[in-house]
Write a protein that binds this ligand. Structure first.
Ligand code: GLC
Length: 726
């Protein structure tokens, strides 16, 4: 087929697709209007609140099905009972556990995010779920937040870039993604009521961008409101937040409350909440049987509409949005049937896991460890064997299998003698409770030191876990340091053997007082079903690490922006909390205040080396609608293939407003064979350099000088370019 014929064919197809999709939307709109005209008020009210823990009723009379939801962001949660927070004990709900979203963010690879969404969406579809309650994109403000492992790090641009493909992947299966928790849920302590005070500027520049990208670029079909308050209104029915969402961003989907996050009937009706879930009914009724009728948006709202206090039009808008979501999901005849626990899903999970693992220290090429060596390897630490898909709160998973780090090492290093010692025990991971361990930690430590004495190499698998007040929903960590006596254990091990490589399994930064004494450090995330294989591939060198930190590691807690300003800034006084760090969160804080972090945002080593050269910009002077195009040559100057992440940050010297020294505005991951060079382009829109001007409640692009920082981490800038915006 000649080129022109090919182009014509493409054009015809795209016009047809456009026509069909517009036609479908028009058809659905007609269907929605026609259904709405048939619904009674009681049927409408029934549709806007739960009928069970994870479902809302349809309208059997009209053949409208129920809407079924499920957690979570890293995999489809086991079936929960109809009315109670317990597992339904089904036998067919074991799934693939994908890596936690901090790991996905650490890949800095949006393509993998799409693959993640597709695979997870297939599993949600197969489990007959219409709404998957994820991803979470709350910004990492403090390393103590119990749920940071579920989110995409400290930078709004990185989170915005990674959340969009994930949503698209989920939704192409006819399953709604539900981006959460909108907004300012940046800690678990007092999450159900704390009132967050933050400037409009920090709200728009730091805490909302990922949600905005999810709506405007990801076209997400649902959003989950957060538990907390913002300026003394609960987020579920917060006039300011939901006006931004539904008016400024034109969100045409459904706002679903977090479970028990609804507190006011009239505000829910008027300020945009569409579906009320999980309301505790203790305060509303004593019996479960009619609990759902007593939800804020159930009988109490029905009475307000019947009395004329609330116009029925507010209910109609909610129902139309819900029907719109149903036509894309449960009433969508064209959606696939989904798949679960396939080889493809396992390989996707493994690829994301190994590409997200971050190598942070590697003295004398401690890693990789050659698999042919006949050496004694000691695998020490509870995290070498502890199941990490369990616990953590609502993102808990019933994985069909979970390969532990110990199994991964044993399977990979067949020629070595692998010795194992638990070293320490944290006790069982029970949501909401701390259960003391039944192990004798003194004995465990002694055994570990004995094993360390007779080994050539020590791989220490420690970090945090999914226990209460660790990386877990419902509360925050109590300390920045490693828990369960790990620092003492590590120091004792180092006294008898210096050849130690540490692998942290965690979703948060931790204090690393032993960093100068150990040979190597890997940040391993909660990696899901294929944990052990992914770690073993990195440790053996089968895979070259290319992950980059999605958040900073402060040297000590006081170096972190949220903790610098004391209790009122974090965790607040149990009533109010003030984000006094404002726009300076994460590396924005460290770089602007010149507080060097232990490890920087965007940092990650490789087993090869890269050279960044010939950094240039397409212009020196830019006008309003120009594009900034940065080019640079990246060379793999080492002796094996690998991938590097080129990062472009922007700063504005002598700005008329307070600004961070630099802000991430573009990144690109480039894979290079040994000796290979590639010249890459990174594009920025000028409007992305704007700041949020509170005096006009809008974005403003300041003219004048800007600095472009190009490097491979927020702290490792290879070249600075000065440009001018006229
Ligand atoms: C929880 C979480 C939310 C989850 C929901 C349902 O409280 O905050 O992320 O999706 O309830 O389990």
């Amino acid at each position: 087929m000649k080129y022109t014929q090919f182009i014509i064919a493409i054009l015809i197809c795209s016009v047809l697709i456009l026509f069909c999709s517009n036609n479908l939307n028009a058809q659905n709109k007609n269907n929605i209007d026609s259904i709405l005209s048939k619904l009674t008020l009681k049927e409408k009210i029934a549709m806007i609140h739960a009928q069970s823990k994870f479902s809302t009723p349809g309208v059997p009379r009209l053949g409208i099905p129920e809407l079924w939801m499920s957690d979570g962001p890293h995999g489809v949660r086991a079936e929960i009972s109809w009315d109670k927070w317990e597992h339904a004990e089904w036998t067919n709900d074991s799934i693939t556990a994908f890596p936690a979203l901090t790991c996905l963010a650490a890949t800095f690879n949006p393509k993998l995010s799409k693959e993640y969404g597709i695979s997870l969406g297939e599993e949600a579809r197969y489990r007959k779920k219409d709404v998957l309650l994820g991803p979470g994109v709350n910004i990492y403000r403090t390393p103590l937040n119990g749920r940071n492992f579920e989110y995409m790090g400290e930078d709004p641009y990185l989170a915005s870039k990674m959340v969009v493909p994930y949503i698209q992947g989920i939704q192409q299966n006819g399953v709604a993604a539900c981006v959460k928790h909108y907004a300012l849920n940046n800690q678990e302590k007092w999450r159900t009521h704390i009132n967050v005070e933050v400037s409009d500027r920090a709200l728009h520049e730091i805490y909302l961008p990922a949600f905005k990208a999810a709506v405007e670029k990801g076209k997400v079909w649902s959003i989950m409101s957060a538990y907390n308050q913002f300026r003394w209104q609960y987020c579920s029915h917060n006039e300011k937040l939901n006006t931004i969402l539904k008016k400024d961003w034109n969100f045409n989907g459904v706002i679903i409350s977090d479970w028990g996050a609804t507190h006011n009937t009239k505000q829910s009706a008027l300020y945009g909440l569409d579906i009320e879930m999980g309301t505790g009914t203790d305060g509303l009724t004593h019996s479960l049987k009619n609990a759902y009728d007593n939800y804020y948006m159930a009988l109490p709202l029905l009475k307000m509409v019947e009395s004329g206090e609330i116009e029925e039009a507010f209910i109609d808008d909610k129902v139309k949005r819900i029907l719109g979501l149903m036509f894309k999901t449960t009433m969508n005849k064209n959606r696939s049937f989904g798949k679960m626990n396939t080889k493809e899903h396992h390989s996707t999970a493994k690829k994301i896991a190994s590409e997200g693992i971050v190598l942070l220290k590697n003295n004398n090429s401690f890693f990789p460890i050659d698999t042919i060596k006949k050496i004694k390897i000691a695998v020490i630490g509870e995290n070498a064997t502890k199941k990490m898909t369990l616990g953590g709160g609502s993102s808990e998973l019933k994985a069909q299998f979970e390969i532990s780090p110990l199994e991964g090492i044993q399977n990979k290093f067949k020629n070595a003698t692998v010795l194992h010692a638990m070293g320490y025990s944290s006790g069982p991971s029970i949501y909401g409770e701390i259960i003391p361990t039944e192990f004798d930690n003194k004995k465990l430590k002694k055994e570990a030191i004995e094993v360390a004495k007779k080994s050539d190499i020590i791989l220490y698998f420690g970090g945090l876990n999914k226990n209460h007040q660790q990386d877990c929903e419902g509360d925050d960590r109590k300390s920045f340091e490693l828990p369960f006596g790990q620092n003492e254990l590590l120091n004792e091990i180092l006294k008898v053997n210096q050849n130690v490589g540490v692998v942290l399994i965690s979703g948060n930064a931790v204090e690393t007082p032993w960093i100068l004494k150990i040979k190597a450090l890997i940040q391993g995330w909660y990696l899901g079903s294929i944990t052990g294989e992914a770690l073993a591939e990195i440790i053996s060198g089968d895979v070259n690490p290319s992950g980059k930190l999605p958040f900073s590691f402060p040297k000590k807690l006081k170096d972190n922006s949220a903790h610098y300003y004391g209790e009122l800034s974090y965790p607040g006084d149990s009533i109010n909390q003030y984000y006094k760090d404002d726009i300076l969160v994460g590396y924005r804080w460290h770089d602007t205040k010149k507080i060097k972090p232990q490890f920087a945002f965007g940092e990650g080593l490789s087993y090869t080396t890269f050279k960044i050269s010939n950094v240039g910009a397409n212009k020196k002077v830019y006008k309003q609608d120009d594009k900034i195009i940065i080019t640079t040559t990246v060379t793999n100057s080492g002796d094996r293939e690998g991938a590097e992440v080129i990062q472009v940050y922007i700063g504005k010297p002598n700005s008329k407003v307070n600004r961070a020294l630099k802000e991430l505005k573009a990144f690109k991951k480039v894979h290079l064979e040994k000796g290979e060079s590639k010249t890459i382009e990174l594009q920025l829109n000028l409007k992305d350099l704007s700041y949020y001007n509170e005096s006009i409640s809008n974005w403003e692009l300041e003219k004048g000088n800007y600095t472009i920082f190009v490097g491979n981490s927020s702290q490792n800038i290879i070249k600075k370019l000065n440009i001018i915006i006229k």
